[in-house]
Write a protein that binds this ligand. Structure first.
Ligand code: SF4
Length: 258
């Protein structure tokens, strides 16, 4: 199949302007810098509760079905179970069609345990991608492939939302080391909460173990970070948990996180 010039492939969300004020679901206007500073001092349950109170239902929780998703799902389910006034939390995932089978197994295990319907967002089919841009775009132009299979569906998932919640942690990589718990996401043009930003690897596993939460089985097979089958392998000896992602390319992020 002939490849079309990859420059035509969108691979980035266009930056949107910074919101200067934050309007809550009740119409109250607050200074986001004060909110951000305050949230840095809160634990994950308190930060998530605040986001539910402030933004729901214009709030979506991203699920990658990695270990941090297990923690977030448990925290959110306990919060909404204890306080129905917070409303139902809306979880979604990006299905690139090249996820590991174990990722779907984890999705189904969390869904069965917590009664969550994870909303699925996806891009064009793999066949259509091959017809338009050639076979194995991930091997030639991973940014373009992520743009089609992750960034564009993400834009759809976040349309009409005021805030989204991610599971990134500062320990994940150097590029995430400065992640704030809360701030404006200029890639997608809405607020973003990273409630686990300051959690350590040990704290994540302590929480999962203590609460006996289903988790992605590939973590036990030497994969600390799990994405698509074509672009995930166990990390090298450099101690970077994400070095197994796009190991053959000069790429460290899929385009979802700034
Ligand atoms: S991680 Fe790889 S296969 Fe998945 S969308 Fe990005 S480039 Fe494509």
């Amino acid at each position: 199949m002939p490849a079309i010039a990859v420059e035509r492939v969108p691979h980035k969300a266009e930056p949107r302007s910074q919101a200067s004020a934050l309007t809550t679901a009740s119409g109250e206007t607050i200074d986001p810098r004060e909110v951000s500073a305050h949230l840095e001092s809160l634990g994950a349950p308190e930060a998530i509760a605040w986001a539910l109170e402030t933004f729901n239902p214009r709030l979506r929780f991203a699920a990658s079905f990695q270990k941090t998703s297990s923690v977030t799902v448990d925290i959110v389910s306990k919060l909404t179970g204890d306080d129905p006034s917070l409303g139902d939390a809306r979880f979604f995932y990006l299905d690139t069609d090249v996820l590991f089978e174990e990722t779907y197994v984890t999705r189904d295990a969390l869904s069965a345990r917590y009664g969550i319907d994870f909303e699925r967002f996806s891009g064009i089919s793999l066949d259509e991608q091959s017809q338009l841009y050639g076979d194995q775009l991930w091997a030639r132009q991973p940014d373009a492939c992520c743009g089609i299979r992750k960034v564009e569906p993400m834009q759809t998932a976040l349309t009409g939302m005021d805030c989204w919640v991610s599971g990134i942690r500062r320990e994940d990589s150097q590029t995430r080391a400065g992640a704030a718990k809360f701030g404006w996401d200029k890639r997608f043009g809405l607020w973003k909460l990273n409630p686990l930003a300051d959690w350590t690897e040990a704290e994540v596993w302590e929480y999962i173990t203590e609460h006996e939460i289903p988790y992605h089985p590939l973590h036990d097979a030497g994969f600390p970070s799990i994405g698509c089958t074509h672009c995930t392998r166990p990390p090298g000896a450099d101690g970077n948990s994400r070095s197994g992602r796009w190991a053959d390319a000069h790429k460290t992020e899929c385009g979802l996180h700034g």
